[in-house]
Design a binder for this molecule. Structure first.
Ligand SMILES: [Zn+2]
Length: 192
C-alpha cells in the first residue's frame, strides 16, 4: 500500500510504501498518474513560464512536469494535485524509474517504509529547477537542470518518458553508445 506522508513543513509531502516492492514491479501506470490532470491543470511553454510572477512560478513549479520539449503541464492550485504520484520527491539515486511505456516501476527491491523517489532529470527538459537537492546520495547533483537528461541517458538508457525516446536514439547513435538497442524489459506485475 502506498501512503502520502508529511516530510517537512505542513505542505511538503512524500510517498512511501508500507509493503516491500520487488524490482521492476509496476508502481504507477501511465493511465493512473494522468487521471487528475483534468481540472485546474493546463499546459504552458517555457516562454510563458517566464511571464509568470515569482509567486505564480513558485506555485506552478511545485507539481508541474514536462510533457514534451516546449510543453509543461501543471497547476497553480495545489488542491488540484490529488494523485499520489504528484507527491513523489526527487532523488539523484531514485527508488523508482520509468519503464519504456511511461509507466513508473521500482528501480530495485524496496523495503517497507522506503520513500518512493524519482530522478526529476528523467522528465525535466524545459526549465532548470529552482530547488537545491538535499538527497544526500553519493551522486547528488544539487541542482536539477533541463539538460541533465543528456548525462543521465548514460545511466538510465531508455528508462525515460516516451517523448524523450527519439532524442535519446539520436544521442546514442551519435555517440555509438551501448544503448543503441532497447534492452528487453522484464515482465512487470502489480502484485507486490
Ligand atoms: Zn540529490
Amino acid at each position: 500500500m502506498l501512503e502520502k506522508r508529511c516530510v517537512g513543513r505542513s505542505d511538503e509531502f512524500g510517498v512511501f510504501s508500507s509493503e516491500s516492492i520487488s524490482a521492476n514491479n509496476l508502481v504507477f501506470s501511465f493511465d493512473d498518474w494522468i487521471q487528475d490532470e483534468q481540472e485546474g491543470w493546463f499546459t504552458i511553454s517555457p516562454e510563458e513560464l517566464k511571464d509568470f510572477s515569482k509567486e505564480e512560478r513558485l506555485k506552478y513549479l511545485r507539481y508541474c512536469y514536462d510533457r514534451d520539449f516546449g510543453v509543461i503541464i501543471g497547476t497553480l492550485d495545489w488542491d488540484r494535485a490529488k494523485h499520489l504520484s504528484n507527491f513523489i520527491n526527487h532523488s539523484c539515486e531514485p527508488t523508482l524509474i520509468y519503464d519504456y511505456n511511461d509507466n513508473i516501476i521500482a528501480a530495485r527491491d524496496l523495503l517497507p517504509g522506503e520513500e518512493l523517489t524519482l530522478d526529476y532529470g528523467n522528465f525535466v527538459v524545459n526549465t532548470d529547477q529552482d530547488f537545491t537537492c538535499g538527497c544526500g546520495t553519493a551522486s547528488c547533483r544539487k541542482r536539477i537542470k533541463k539538460d541533465d537528461w543528456k548525462q543521465l541517458a548514460h545511466v538510465y538508457g531508455y528508462h525515460f518518458p516516451t517523448f524523450l525516446h527519439p532524442k535519446l536514439e539520436m544521442l546514442f547513435k551519435s555517440e555509438k553508445s551501448v544503448f543503441t538497442a532497447r534492452e528487453v524489459m522484464p515482465v512487470v506485475s502489480q502484485a507486490w
